[in-house]
Design a binder for this molecule. Structure first.
Ligand code: PEP
Length: 253
């Protein structure tokens, strides 16, 4: 069976818990994934449990925006894989550029989080992407390859593991202007090559998804999906309205 296209709704810290529940209710009502699509909501930690009560019995999946690598103990402010599993999460964002920027998350921390997700049956969505300055300096490929290589250092995949890699140019996030499709496809091919150095073609084909994120909307999504290397999207702003998110999904094929 062909891989499903993945749609992740990253709600960041944009909603209060009751607003997240309202949005989840509207999405459960209105958004019906086709057999070849999977849709996953990523609310903030504080809303996970509430959103799970709404989305838990629907076809929409639940994920988290972060994770910590210890299972329990004196780690103030963190959440463990055990908690995320108990709350019904199936996937977790790891290394989002906002966490790298504001919380000084390093590639080593990202690597620990990826391993933790896999050990607990969660799908990590590894975010990589260059800043505008790095791009101007001609370092884009080097930066994204290095981030991915370090994120996957020592990561072995069993046949049960699922992984996603999201190329998110930092300067495109929230800009209203997505990267050009050619550029996205080229960068995803570079990342895929790197994955093929570490994993078999079958594992890359069946267990690893390549995504793009950065100002995806209903107007640009069809163009982005114009090459099979793109297998899903990570959506911020356009996932904060049920109509925008639904239109984006409808417009994707
Ligand atoms: C994101 O935060 O990962 C993202 C892609 O946001 P936006 O769609 O708003 O650019």
């Amino acid at each position: 069976m062909a891989k499903k296209k993945l749609f992740f709704a990253n709600w960041k810290m944009s909603l209060l818990p009751n607003q997240a529940v309202e949005l989840a209710e509207a999405m459960v009502d209105k958004i019906k994934p086709r057999a070849d699509q999977a849709i996953c909501l990523l609310p903030s930690f504080s809303a996970l449990s509430l959103v799970q009560t709404v989305a838990g019995k629907s076809q929409l999946q639940l994920g988290a925006q972060d994770i910590f690598w210890q299972e329990h103990g004196a780690y103030t402010g963190e959440e463990s894989a055990l908690t995320l599993r108990e709350l019904g999460c199936s996937s977790v964002l790891v290394g989002h550029s906002e966490r790298r920027q504001y919380c000084h998350e390093t590639d080593e921390m990202v690597n620990k989080k990826v391993k933790t997700c896999l050990e607990h049956g969660l799908q990590p969505i590894i975010c990589v992407g260059e800043t505008f300055e790095e791009r101007k300096d001609g370092q884009k490929d080097f930066i994204v390859m290095q981030q991915l290589e370090k994120a996957l250092s020592g990561v072995k995949l069993t046949k049960f593991d699922r992984l996603a890699v999201a190329y998110e140019p930092v300067w495109e996030i929230g800009s209203g202007q997505a990267a050009l499709p050619d550029e996205v496809w080229y960068t995803l091919q570079v990342l895929k090559q790197l994955l093929l150095n570490q994993y078999s073609p079958e594992v890359v084909r069946d267990q690893i998804w390549l995504l793009y994120g950065g100002s995806v909307d209903a107007d640009n999504i069809l163009g982005l999906f114009g090459h099979p290397v793109l297998e899903g999207v990570l959506v911020g702003g356009s996932s904060l309205s049920v109509d925008n998110f639904n239109q984006l999904i409808q417009a994707s094929s």
